[in-house]
Design a protein around this ligand. Structure first.
Ligand SMILES: [Zn+2]
Length: 405
């Protein structure tokens, strides 16, 4: 019996040793993969969010002086998609809190991306593939975000909440007119604050459930882009396969968004979707980051009729700083597009929507915004008009739409 026990014990020990060895190998592989994934995600961030000209950006004294008096609102940037710690200054990507403060930005729209088809283009994308899944896993987002678009949106909202909590009052999330006033009507503040407006890029994150809009609202979302690169349950995209308009779900969604005093964003929407929303809308709507066909004839950009339709609601057109919006990716082209919109519908409807950190190359990072002020001066805009374009128009519109409290 004892002999059998000895053999049994040896076998058990051998099994334990192998199990232990297997476990150690697994831990070793995981420990090796984690820094590799972190390194890879930084490389992806760096390679997708480049600038044509690196900082510093020398600016004329006149433009610098005017720029410092502005209350700047940028309606769209996508830094939440990347693992960059936005509280620290970085030498890559387009924005972080220290650079936003340096650029005198009072209000930053934070877009939230949840799904992007493989091989994206501006003409026709199906919803069958998704490259955000790999990015989410590579960046070690929690497993609940691997398959759920809603969870990806909520995770990014929570990220922004954490940034605000850790910023010691510097970053304030804008959810109503009160919080908007806190960042736009500061009184003797010790620190320069940045208001953060949370926006969704595509109603696919609702996963077909109208009730999920309440979850997004509670997480802080106040700007809802109906579509991104493909047609979804709510609406047709300007880059979708069918490019249809609002579905019955989309019509109910538009009404619910406006009943909750959230802003409708028509960037990436098909012409039919824009027409349907304009016919149904009871509040000002905007296009957060776009170009105009009048200066750059691209499927990404708004026609004159679409610009007029949005302006007629009391809304604004956020001109982007990325190549497909401008054709020629320069700040001069952005200022020309702004001049075009001002001439077409009036300066009250011109705004900025950079698309910084949206996997795009831009002329400068956010610290180069004083050069946009210079480009607007060169376009012949007055100081008051530049103040409107760079922020006051967007802030005025938000004040008419957002909930009071
Ligand atoms: Zn976009």
């Amino acid at each position: 019996m004892g002999g059998w026990n000895d053999i049994g014990l040896k076998r058990l020990n051998t099994q334990r040793r192998w199990r232990l060895r297997g476990l150690l190998i697994l831990v070793g592989v995981i420990l090796a993969i984690i820094p590799m994934l972190s390194f890879l995600s930084i490389k992806v961030d760096q390679s997708l969010n480049q600038v044509l000209v690196s900082p510093p950006y020398p600016t004329s004294p006149e433009a610098s002086t005017l720029h410092q008096t502005l209350q700047i609102a940028d309606l769209h940037a996508d830094p939440l998609l990347w693992n960059r710690n936005l509280l620290n200054r970085h030498g890559y990507g387009h924005i972080d809190i220290p650079r936003l403060v340096e650029a005198n930005v009072a209000l930053q729209g934070f877009g939230v991306v949840t799904k992007v088809p493989q091989d994206i283009n501006f003409e026709a994308n199906s919803a069958d593939t998704d490259q955000i899944t790999q990015l989410v896993i590579a960046q070690r987002w929690p497993p609940r975000t691997w398959r759920s678009l809603l969870q990806r949106a909520l995770y990014q909202a929570a990220k922004l909440q954490k940034i605000a909590e850790r910023s010691q009052g510097q970053v304030q999330i804008i959810t109503n007119i009160q919080s908007l006033d806190r960042v736009t009507q500061p009184s003797n503040q010790q620190i320069q604050t940045v208001g953060a407006l949370l926006g969704l890029e595509g109603a696919q994150a609702l996963e077909g459930q109208l009730s999920n809009l309440d979850k997004l609202f509670n997480a802080g979302f106040r700007q809802i882009g109906l579509t991104h690169f493909f047609d979804n349950e709510a609406a047709g995209s300007a880059h979708g396969m069918e490019q249809t308009g609002l579905t019955p779900f989309g019509r109910a969604l538009v009404q619910r968004i406006q009943a909750k005093h959230m802003v409708i964003d028509l960037a990436h929407a098909s012409t039919q979707t824009i027409d349907d929303v304009l016919a149904l809308s009871t509040a000002p709507v905007l296009a957060s980051h776009t170009g105009v066909k009048g200066t750059c004839n691209s499927p990404r950009n708004l026609s004159d009729a679409e610009v007029k339709g949005i302006a007629d609601t009391g809304g604004v057109i956020g001109i982007g700083l990325f190549e497909p919006a401008l054709c020629e990716p320069t700040l001069e082209s952005a200022a020309q597009a702004m001049r075009y919109v001002a001439d077409l519908v009036g300066v009250d409807h011109v705004a900025l929507g950079s698309d910084f950190d949206g996997a795009v190359t831009t002329p400068v990072d956010v610290s180069g915004l004083p050069l946009l002020t210079q480009a607007l001066m060169d376009q012949g805009f007055t100081a008051d008009e530049i103040a409107q374009i760079m922020g006051q128009n967007a802030i005025r519109m938000l004040r008419t739409v957002l909930p009071k409290e």
